[in-house]
Design a protein around this ligand. Sequence first.
Ligand SMILES: [Zn+2]
Length: 344
Amino acid sequence: MAYMKFLKHVEKYTKGLDIRKLAAVGGVVVLILMGMVGLWILSGNPTQNTTDARAALVGLTAQQGPGLNEAVGEQDGARLSPEAGSTPVTVESTPIQAAPTPTTVEPTAIPVAPTPPTSPFAPPATRGGVRIPAATVAIDPGHGGWDSGAVYQNPGGGTFTEKEVALQVGLRVQKLLVADGLKVVMTRTSDVSVGGSPKGAVGADLQARIDIANAANADVLVSIHFNSSGSPTSQGTETLYNANRPFSAQNQRLAQNVNSALLASMRAAGYASQNRGVKTDQSTGRGQFYLLSSGSTRPSRMPAVIGEGLFISNPTEAALLKQPEFLDTLAQGYADAIMAYFAR
Ligand SMILES: [Zn+2]
């Protein structure tokens, strides 16, 4: 009965309507209903969808950092249903929870990034396979100015002085060490006494040399000298150091290096110099050596040695010391010794 009533009702309201129009309206209604059902099926469980979205955000946060996460959060907030409207609040707090993210990302970046040349972990520079140390060397050409040191009377007249040979060798050593990458401080580079000391003030002159080495925080002080004797037959090579220093072991090693390298360099150049050995200044019987800090007012703060390459009072050795190539040989010996001292 109700159905018949419904039909009459429909008939009443559809009187005069075109059946084609009715069919079109019905078709539109059916399409709308089908669309709604389809959307419901596609959307699935709204709660599960929100959870997945948050999980994805957390994953992105862990991998990409806060910047990208913020962009994803805004996008999600526009797309999610009103039920999931609280999701952006959770998303906004995610960057705080993911604060340690950079430590997760950086370890993979470190092996890729090139090591900067100024890195303290960069390998040390080498030359010919030998490590170049970061060291400061004080080179002291003995004597100078009013102090000629040992003086040799040339057979043909005139004199040949220790101070000039010492300076020539010292400048050569400086050149070699600088070329090897070491920092070098010279107590003098010309024919002068050091520190403006007045004539005869040997102690002041020697103290000024020590002061220069200390001021430069030098790691070693190498003083270049040549021997002399009343006997023209005295000859050979010796190196002096002070055994009563806080660093006497290193000091002894530096002295041994210098003595051995001078002998080796000269031997390679064709002159077999007599090895007079490494000596402490106390053992020479020639009194204290102020430069080695025996009784000096302000002692050196680094190992110090005096190299006595040859005897300027020996005619044969004096002749060698007049050859620029042989001065190169002596300088190479000093440089080798100092490099070997730091290379350990
Ligand atoms: Zn001397």
